[in-house]
Ligand binder design. Structure first.
Ligand code: NAP
Length: 306
């Protein structure tokens, strides 16, 4: 039996798992390098209300477990280890995860994106001690506490709303006076009496010896400095694509993989899907759609190689 995989999919969020469902159903021998923490960002979410097919909504981890089961059902093999390195300079390509190396005729990179941090003093060492990027995961630790959310996009609005279920007050701090968030999310947040807004303000430092006790703030218009006591800082200022580890793959100035026509990368036989190349939509359903498209393109490309 051929020990070379037709396709290795790197990543196991909605794009990677959807790609796996399509490649296996097309009869392609498929390995999904899923990562130690498989499932991507939806594993850190609670209710997902906008994924079609679930009129009452579905919990993020349940949605991902269903997608994985579906890929497994059709024959996808999984390795729950992180991609460590690959040789993409010749075919078959090689992919190493933990201490094992696998070979593939084609690759789909679907590694998604990670939290962008504020990168201010006091932040890094307090992650897990009051600094968080995941309200659905950590909000219960902030019962009856005063917390801050940094950011002005949909994520910030969503985090703030989730936090109001537990916290005494939530102050959303944004560096400009206009939000990037969709109107519907802004309206939801503004209608919540527990959420206060502090605009034209940047967090300059997170203070406290062992845990978060406050923040130092700078007004982005007047440069005026101030301080605010708080017990939690939730950072929701966007994401950084997981693209650094791939040798020879072209990325743009923000690190998103450059997708060419037909979801090809600059290396023939290597395709891309999901948030690692999508800087515009970043939704579970668009990621799944990209996974579908990339897998169909990989299938066509493999067929043409015969
Ligand atoms: P985003 O839309 O890129 O917004 C990031 C926000 O953080 C912006 O307001 C930005 O400010 C601010 N920011 C960036 N760097 C900063 C820094 N160093 N210091 C302070 N503030 C900083 O990211 P997102 O909110 O994570 O959303 C990403 C995508 O996912 C979007 O397409 C969004 O619609 C989608 N999403 C959808 C939902 C939903 O529909 N339920 C939920 C979450 C996310 P500026 O505005 O000044 O640039």
């Amino acid at each position: 039996m051929d020990s070379i995989y037709d396709v290795i999919i790197i990543g196991s969020g909605p794009s990677g798992l959807t790609a796996g469902i399509y490649t296996t159903r097309a009869g392609l021998k498929t390995l999904i390098v899923a990562g130690e923490k498989w499932g991507g960002q939806l594993m850190l979410t609670t209710e997902v209300e906008n994924f079609p097919g679930f009129p009452e909504g579905i919990q993020g981890p349940d949605l991902m477990a269903n997608m994985r089961k579906q890929a497994e059902h059709h024959g996808a093999e999984f390795v729950d280890e992180n991609f460590s390195q690959g040789d993409f300079s010749k075919r078959p390509f090689t992919v190493t995860a933990a201490d094992k190396t696998y070979q593939a005729k084609s690759i789909i990179i679907a590694t998604g994106a990670d939290t962008k941090w504020l990168d201010v003093p006091g932040e890094k060492e307090k992650i897990g001690r009051g600094v968080s990027s995941c309200a659905p995961c950590d909000a219960p630790f902030f019962k009856e506490k005063d917390v801050i959310v940094a950011g002005g996009g949909d994520s910030a609005m969503e985090e703030a709303i989730v936090l109001t279920r537990f916290a005494k007050s939530v102050t959303l701090i944004h560096r400009r006076d206009a939000f990037r968030a969709s109107q519907i999310m802004q309206d939801k947040a503004k209608a919540n009496p527990k959420i206060k807004f502090l605009l034209n303000t940047q967090i300059a430092e997170i203070t406290g010896e062992f845990k978060v006790e406050g923040v130092k703030l700078t007004n982005t218009v007047t440069d005026e400095e101030s301080e605010m006591p708080t017990q939690g800082v939730f950072v929701a200022i966007g994401h950084i694509p997981n693209s650094k580890v791939f040798p020879g793959i072209d990325v743009d100035e923000k690190g998103f993989i450059k997708a060419q026509e037909h979801y090809r990368t600059n290396i023939e036989g290597i395709f891309v899907a999901g948030d690692v190349h999508d800087r515009q939509y970043m939704q579970a359903i668009t990621a799944a759609g990209y996974g579908c498209a990339a897998s169909l393109e990989a299938e066509r490309w493999l067929e043409a190689q015969k």
